[in-house]
Ligand binder design. Sequence first.
Ligand SMILES: Cc1ncc(COP(=O)(O)O)c(C=O)c1O
Length: 490
Amino acid sequence: MKANAERTALLYRIRQLEWDALPLDPGSARRRQLRNAVVASSERFLQEIDSVKAYEEVENPGLGLLDVPIGEDGLAIETALDLLEQEVIRPGAHPASGGHLAYIPGGGLYHSALADFLGAVSNKYPAIFFTGPGPVRMENQILRWVADLVGYPAGAGGNLASGGSLATLTAITTAREAHGLKGADFASTVVYLTSQAHHCVEKALGIAGLGEVQVRRIPIDDRFRMRPEALEQAIAADRAQGLKPWLIVAAAGTTDTGAVDPLDALATIAGRERCWFHVDAAYGGFFLLTEHGRAMLRGIERSDSVILDPHKSLFLPWGSGVVLVRDVRLLAAAHRFTGHYLQDAPSDPGEISPADVSPEMSKPFRALRMWLPLILLGAKPFRAALDEKLLLARYFHQEVQALGFEVGPSPDLTVVTFRWAPRRISLKRANQLNQEILDALRKDGRIYLSSTLLDGRFTLRLVALSFRTHRQTIDLALQLLREQAAALSG
Ligand SMILES: Cc1ncc(COP(=O)(O)O)c(C=O)c1O
């Protein structure tokens, strides 16, 4: 009797909880309402994207979010979207704007946004072939497409990571295992890179437990590229001291200046010295779609590992990085682990599972956001956009010089460095003036530039990479810089 009453109470409670949880699974009318509101918000955003400021300075950006804590009950979608638009989307940089010419600009292809929507709705599992055969085949198909672009052989493989930093960590961990490095070796092991290498390389070394390795900064030439003969000398000096040269990291497009290291010459040295040759093509990688890029990056196909960021030069939204390793077996050897609860999944299903070749297990369905735009549009518009950016950078380099700015080398890719440095002013004063120019442009907000320090010189950078950056944007940048130069000269 008592058991029966308990059972009834239990079933009643279950029904009540099912009822309370119903909002988690909205019906079609509610879905339409939510979807329409979200699509309307995205349309408000996109219809203004060409006129919106590339950088919006507001007081206390985002602080209004904290006025609306997460409560027991929810808000209306309109209220939530209003909060999102005002507090999150409006303030700060707009990487989706063509006027975003700072750092390494991002993309935000609409097709990828739709793919993310489909990926999240279906929530297919993309990490293990047995449970997610479709997403896994799609990821491997995408990776093969990138491997072909790089020129890697059939035995290559890789992973779609969250970005360049995680991709770099995966490559460095693979290189560590491939050379059998153990703790006792670390202090005598040497890594070679330049002062221009992205800091994610050292970060990855630290995370991979390799903080004790020796890091040699190889001198660069006047175009900020690694000098091969200096690398050879450094390796010879290290060998003479009984150290173990292990890893050479080259850049196919540095962050500061967009310089491409002489990959072919470095690959020859790496081969001769039996070093692992890693190329950071996070920024420059997809310029391989262009003739100029292919010539510039010649030798990349001889590397042992490479990273490329689709959220940079393939215009995807943030959260997409590719790591490729010439011999996928080395990648798997460094990353394949398993657990008892996975006993149902065959260990060798004939298709590489992303979980076996990366630090991640569960992850978003990243392949879909790359596949959908590529399958719908083909490679052609990507190539055209990248060729356009290459020419825009060349154009800006010429024109900004004509305004009286001192310019860096002609761009290898699409980063142009320049500074206001009239003769007879001190370095300190020039640095101050360039900071002032940058601040004034950020306040104006129509275009967004960033800066760096090159040999102690405060240097301005313009990076043409957003698919929404066109001739009109560059002309606006030139007009604003002309006004700044006139104010400073006057
Ligand atoms: C050359 C280069 N490598 C690596 C990275 C790191 O990539 P992510 O920000 O995707 O982690 C960047 C970021 O700008 C970069 O420019």
